[in-house]
Ligand binder design. Sequence first.
Ligand code: ADP
Length: 318
Amino acid sequence: MVGTMSAGAAHRWAIEAHGLGKRYRRRRAVEDCSFRLPAGTVCGLVGPNGAGKSTLLGMAAGLVRPGAGELRVLGAAPGTAGTLSRTAFLPQDKPLFATFTVAETLRLGEELNPRWDARVAERIVRSGKIPLDARIGTLSGGQRSRVALALAFGKRPELLLLDEPMADLDPLAAHEIGGLLMAEAAEQGTTIVMSSHRLADVATMCDYLVALADGRVRLAGETDTLLSAHLLVTGAHAAGGSPPRLAPHTLVESRVTGRQVTALIRPRGPVGEEWRVAEPDLEEILLGYLRSPAAPSLLTTSARVDDADAPTEGETAA
Ligand code: ADP
């Protein structure tokens, strides 16, 4: 599996984007995105509404043509026959035929997919106690999601792209579907990318995170590495005075409340004793980057593309 030109090496990366961009008329949807996603990860694609998540997923699924840059999915161009058969994409509206029964829906999956795994698809449906003779139109949102996921996993994809899979589910159904996703991904080694505008929906499931804001990558990498790369520091702030210095650390965001200043930093060396130090959670880190568009993005070593021409969007996490 070693060697830069072999197919095996290409498969190390489920997705590789180099300067990727897409515009709709004048509107920027995705701009200058350079990152890569290691195969075998469960990745949360997060960011506010309109950040470009669906556009990025659509490009990876081969449904949206990039306007700039290059995108590789499982080592090849998205949308080609070889990539399509190894990728499953579940769009937000989970398109299923309402008048079909569950059994008919699975049979359709079988007819459309040469590598169909009926055992996996039926297991997913049965573990949700969904009768095979029920019509799709009579199912709850959670049950419909389960059938859609059964169709997606029955295809035995190497890469599963899910656009807001939890959006219309109640917390109980979301929890159940989340567990199902993790179990199937672990058993089949599927790489999963799931978008959400709510970090909480995906944070507990994902070992990798790509955060977009305004079409750009703001954070990308292993959640553990992203967490350990940041500190939340609090110090005294004299009224009217300038805030205490935070150099040489990288400042992501700082806020003054009364006589206190709180800052999210990427530490470079020890933090001065005048600061009280805490470890931020993912939500605090993500919000810090979203509120501070000027703060430099952070891509961990595994997420950075080794491309001298690629824009230097971030820096290597320690
Ligand atoms: P997200 O999935 O993060 O909510 P999208 O990728 O859907 O973001 O949208 C990114 C931007 O591109 C938004 O400003 C959106 O209005 C615009 N956009 C997306 N799809 C289209 C389209 N088909 N036509 C025109 N504008 C679009």
